[in-house]
Write a protein that binds this ligand. Structure first.
Ligand code: FES
Length: 141
């Protein structure tokens, strides 16, 4: 028996908005600007950033888990500064989630973004190389 809703399995989870509604890719793109980074519910129920490409044609193939790798605060996106800036102890992350200022020791965790047959945005475990560090993912979900 494998629980369906725990997240992190190979099937992934459908991204949901704050009301728990499934996020549909087309509707999401129609209602968001290029470069937008907004929180949805992703793997493990964690706050996760969906990213719209700069040309607004697609949702990026990676999403960013918003949990700060220092002590776990949710990190807000600061559009004016073009960075994620943690309010707790000042860590800063690039638009890709790479660390630009500590004390955060590690980049924001990645989740893979796909679309199911019904047009829902699906988030899956990222097990491939971390393209920001060139190394193995540090996370296990
Ligand atoms: Fe983000 Fe400490 S929890 S900098």
């Amino acid at each position: 028996f494998v629980p369906q809703s725990s997240g992190g399995g190979d099937g992934g989870v459908i991204a949901k908005d704050a009301l728990g509604t499934n996020i549909q890719k087309k509707a999401y793109l129609d209602s968001h600007n290029g470069g937008s980074r907004e929180l949805v519910q992703g793997l493990r129920g964690d706050a996760t950033y969906l990213i719209v490409t700069e040309d607004k044609s697609d949702i990026e193939y990676y999403a960013l888990n918003a949990v700060c790798t220092h002590l776990g605060c949710v990190v807000p996106w600061n559009k004016a500064e073009n960075k994620f800036m943690c309010p707790c102890h000042g860590s800063q992350y690039a638009p890709t989630g790479a660390v630009v200022r500590g004390p955060a020791p590690l980049p924001l965790a990645l989740e893979r973004v796909e679309e199911d047959e019904a047009g829902n945005v699906v988030l899956k475990s990222w097990k491939e190389e971390d393209f920001r560090t060139g190394g193995e993912p540090w996370w296990k979900f």
